[in-house]
Design a protein around this ligand. Structure first.
Ligand code: ATP
Length: 277
């Protein structure tokens, strides 16, 4: 569904993308994981025609982004990182404006708005002003809006940033549902547990480059099942058996704890950096 070849993008001396090459399959739920400034949003902006592709090549759904930008745009839906709803319009009107921009006629706009609001469980708020919704409902509305024109590929740029854990889980369920109903998902996040929970495959990106791609479980299994963090030290030691990890803890005088290996460990092992700031 997405093929990127050697994408480069600089802002002055900052290399936002430094030769990014990547493939995402049709129907995948794919996460793009990296620390602040890794180049995640820049990639999404280029693929959605919001930032010019200056070096490298990109294809979406088999279409060349540079040759057929409008056709690519019709294939894609975008939920941006920051809330960009029209707060003074109602929930339904936000979808209606989006439908107009994508050339839907009045009847199609009405039908799709109702369908999409039902889908994200916001139909009962159709007439509320968008600015009156809570943070979680605003995110759901942004997802509904991005689905109005029936995209085959949905970009979600840090869709749960700033939401509390319970609301975050509801958004995760919605993202899974959208994917299970046939839409490819390209998700950026720096919440490790989000990528771990949602993604079939995850790409580690750092300083505008792809470091590694794989299934979260495989990446974690490579390290082991259990981790021991030595208190006061950066070093983490990995073990396949819990008993061996517990023995390590007992042998340490400075104190330590056993925990499950997580995707942050795999990221750190691949990049030498943490995802979390
Ligand atoms: P975050 O997780 O913080 O959103 P990100 O991985 O999405 O980070 P980008 O927003 O793509 O990273 O930014 C990559 C680099 O490019 C950063 O160093 C950023 O400061 C820089 N950058 C991005 N957009 C611009 C711009 N319009 N002008 C100048 N520098 C920019």
């Amino acid at each position: 569904m997405i093929r990127l070849l050697d994408l480069k993008k600089s802002y002055g001396r900052v290399k936002a993308l430094d030769g990014l090459t990547l493939e995402v399959g049709r129907g995948e739920l794919f996460a793009f994981l990296g620390p602040n400034g890794a180049g995640k949003t820049t990639t999404i902006r280029i693929l959605n025609g919001l930032s010019r592709l200056v070096a490298g090549q990109a294809w979406v759904g088999g279409l060349d982004l540079q040759k057929e930008p409008l056709a690519v745009k019709r294939l894609c839906g975008l939920v941006a990182q920051h809330v960009n709803l029209d707060g003074e319009l109602s929930v339904q009107e936000n979808l209606d404006v989006h439908g107009r921009l994508y050339g839907l006629d009045r009847r199609a706009r009405r039908e799709r708005a109702l369908e999409c609001l039902e889908y994200v469980e916001l139909a009962d708020r159709a007439d509320s002003l968008a600015r009156t919704l809570s943070g979680g409902l605003k995110r759901r509305l942004m997802i509904a809006r991005a689905l109005t024109h029936g995209p085959k590929l949905l970009f979600l740029d840090e869709p749960t940033a700033g939401l509390d854990p319970a609301i975050r889980r509801r958004i995760w369920s919605l993202i899974k549902k959208v994917n299970q109903d046939g839409t490819t998902i390209f998700l950026t996040t720096h919440y490790i547990e989000e990528a771990e929970f949602l993604a079939e495959r995850v790409a580690f990106v750092n300083q505008g480059r792809l470091v590694r791609v794989g299934a979260p479980r495989d990446m974690m299994d490579e390290l082991g099942q259990w981790a021991v963090d030595r208190h006061g030290e950066e070093a983490t030691v990995f073990f396949s058996e819990r008993e061996a990890a517990a023995a390590e803890v007992r042998s340490l005088e400075g104190g330590a704890a056993v925990r499950r290996v997580n995707l942050e460990d795999a990221f750190l092992a691949s990049t030498g950096r943490r995802v979390k700031p």
